[in-house]
Ligand binder design. Structure first.
Ligand SMILES: O=C(O)C(=O)C[C@]1(C(=O)O)C=C[C@@H](O)C=C1
Length: 365
């Protein structure tokens, strides 16, 4: 046996022994989670038990990132713990997560990034269907896109909050990489048309104008649907992400064709309950103000006075009247914290309507 083989053999023995210890520790952790579930159910026998605790998960993942000794990166270590917690939660209660489908969309990738892979993910055809599924209790939580760094807000999601009783329980950001995909079956054919979702076409407009000018662009309901068509139709290509490419066995003709290298989409987790403070939170509200001079100033001034950072303000037409507006506002802090409580009391006094959409941990992963 060579020196190299001897060294390799020893290192592998060490890895086997470490794996055994990791397995024993993960099993001990899983038994703890089972105990936690027992405590939760026995202390709330007649109530809805909330097994999923977004604030606790955010604290665990933040601690892992902060205390990670390397050589793995903090992100990588947190991703591993994300999956361990996901499996522990599934032991407590298998979570049903509704998302804007079909299977293979970026929203599914966001749902799995946020909850880990031990959930049951349920594809639904439209944003309002995701809201309904969670409102009815058929799904525990839902995941919907809310804004893209290149294309701006997803207005349909914002507008749903005007009428829905659901709360925002979390957020997750996903770097969006689009690829030009074809089926290996039709690889040698000329592409005559490209399918994609309208948002993805918008995010790749310059690349398409430069590299595939004149080829017909056909808008479909999702990237996954685009990928499905490219897999079946000769002469068709799709713009979609990795998940859809893998699902439909497509080949990348061009990689990462999004115009902006930081192209990111933010998704919201919607649920039926309010989330306690995690120590690093964000809140969202909808406010409609009287239509009078200085209304916007009056709305924003208290944020400045209380030292609360606005992270987003969007205007949407109010469903209740022509030229009336509703402001969708995200800001840092939790509604249980004193400065935010004072701020919202002031806003409430001036507003025609104030709707608290929820406080939730700032995305960790
Ligand atoms: O701490 C809890 O409440 C748990 O249920 C345990 C645990 C975990 O595995 O750490 C699992 C699920 C929750 O979403 C949060 C944390």
């Amino acid at each position: 046996m060579s020196d190299e083989q001897v060294r390799l053999g020893k290192l592998r023995e060490e890895i086997d022994s470490l794996d055994q210890q990791i397995m024993d520790l993960i099993s001990a952790r899983a038994r703890c989670a089972q105990e936690v579930a027992h405590v939760k159910t026995s202390s709330n026998p007649d109530q809805d038990v909330f097994f999923y605790r977004p604030e606790r998960e955010a604290q665990v993942l933040r601690r892992i990132k902060e205390q990670n000794p390397g050589p793995l990166s903090g992100e990588e270590m947190a991703r591993l713990f994300r999956e361990i917690m996901s499996a522990c939660l599934a032991l407590e209660k298998p979570m049903h997560i509704a998302f804007l489908g079909p299977v293979g969309t970026f929203t599914q990738a966001a749902a799995l990034k946020h909850f880990g892979h031990s959930v049951v993910s349920v594809p639904l055809p439209a944003i309002d269907a995701v809201f309904r599924e969670v409102e009815s209790g058929a799904a525990h939580y839902g995941v919907v896109p809310v804004e893209n760094s290149t294309e701006g807000m997803i207005n349909h999601t914002l507008d749903m909050f005007m009428s829905s009783p659901l709360k925002i329980c979390g957020e997750v950001q996903l770097r969006i990489h689009h690829h030009l995909l074809v089926s290996p079956k039709f690889e040698d054919q000329d592409i005559t048309r490209i399918y994609s979702h309208q948002q993805s076409f918008a995010q790749c407009r310059q690349w398409l104008d430069t590299h595939r000018y004149g080829i017909e662009r056909i808008t479909v309901s999702s990237n996954a649907e685009a990928a499905r068509r490219a897999a079946e139709e000769p002469g068709a290509a799709a713009i979609a992400g990795d998940m859809a490419a893998e699902l439909y066995g497509l080949k990348k003709l061009a990689n990462s064709i999004e115009d902006r290298p930081d192209n990111t989409t933010r998704f919201l987790i919607i649920g039926r309950e309010e989330v306690p403070a995690s120590g690093h939170d964000k809140s969202s509200i909808l406010v409609s103000m009287r239509n009078k001079p200085g209304a916007l100033y009056q709305l924003l001034e208290p944020f400045h006075r209380h030292g609360i950072s606005l992270t987003r303000i969007e205007t949407r037409p109010s469903p209740s009247g022509t030229w009336a507006y509703v402001f969708y506002i995200d800001f840092e802090g939790h509604m249980d914290e004193e400065p935010v409580r004072k701020l919202l009391a002031e806003v409430d006094d001036e507003a025609v309507e104030l709707k608290r959409l929820g406080s939730y941990p700032i995305g960790v992963l």
